[in-house]
Design a binder for this molecule. Structure first.
Ligand code: SAM
Length: 223
């Protein structure tokens, strides 16, 4: 069975990632290494290497592999980097980040998902990931600054707190747009103390970022 998953993973990298223009060798190697079948719910393993999101409980999803790889490529993660992910979900993207960076912090608002992700990292012996429970729209000031921040949920606007927790030269990759509609995937690079450059990487669709600097539970923009 493990060999079948390995072969399916290689096919995913070839057909859904390389063939669609993703080319960062370190990102592709991480995607070829991390077993996505270990991050989906029991019974969903056979769908692990389709290029689609899958349900993971709490009304949330593990993201589509192509979009995860696109975000990782945009984040330009180097081996010595300290990085933050907002929206741990299944833990899959944080696992990939852990293969690319020195230290990963990931924060999830649902304690049950955070706990499952922690257990998966322990089983796979990915020991450079700290999982936090809480509102990641505020970032993680105690562990800042970060060389890269990936946000796996759609925000009404790029949170000030996340931008201010970037190191100079750091990259924030975040979906931004109205709730319930297609978002734009933005890459924001901090070029100086108060200066940022922004690039639009195209349309994506993520679940909402719920929190102080995201959306309120009822879908309104948080105050
Ligand atoms: N990166 C995940 C993976 O690889 O499975 C997929 C994440 S899922 C698309 C988005 C996640 O963001 C959900 O688990 C959701 O609970 C979480 N989330 C939403 N708002 C959040 C917030 N303010 N702080 C932390 N997590 C949040």
């Amino acid at each position: 069975m493990a060999a079948a998953y390995d072969a399916a993973r290689m096919r995913m990298v070839r057909n859904h990632l390389s063939a669609r223009g993703l080319h960062d060798a370190r990102v592709l190697a991480a995607m070829a290494q991390v077993p996505r079948e270990r991050f989906v719910d029991p019974g969903m393993e056979e769908f692990a290497y389709e290029d689609s999101p899958l349900p993971i409980g709490e009304g949330q999803t593990i993201s589509q592999p192509y979009i995860v790889a696109l975000m990782l490529e945009a984040a330009e993660i180097a081996p010595g980097d300290r990085v933050l992910e907002v929206g741990t979900g299944s833990g899959y993207a944080a696992a990939l980040m852990s293969r690319l960076a020195r230290k990963v912090h990931t924060i999830e608002r649902h304690a049950s998902l955070a706990q499952q992700a922690r257990a998966r990292f322990a089983q796979l012996e990915y020991d450079n990931i700290d999982v936090h429970t809480g509102d990641g729209s505020r970032g993680l000031p105690a562990a800042a600054p970060f060389d890269a921040i990936l946000v796996a949920a759609g925000a009404p606007a790029p949170p000030q707190s996340l931008q201010s927790q970037l190191a100079i030269g750091g990259r924030l990759v975040i979906p931004v747009g109205d709730e319930g509609s297609v978002q734009e995937l933005l890459k924001i690079r901090r070029t100086g103390e108060d200066s940022f450059e922004q690039e639009n990487l195209g349309a994506v669709m993520f679940v909402p970022l719920i929190g102080e600097q995201g959306w309120a539970e009822d879908g309104r923009r948080a105050a």
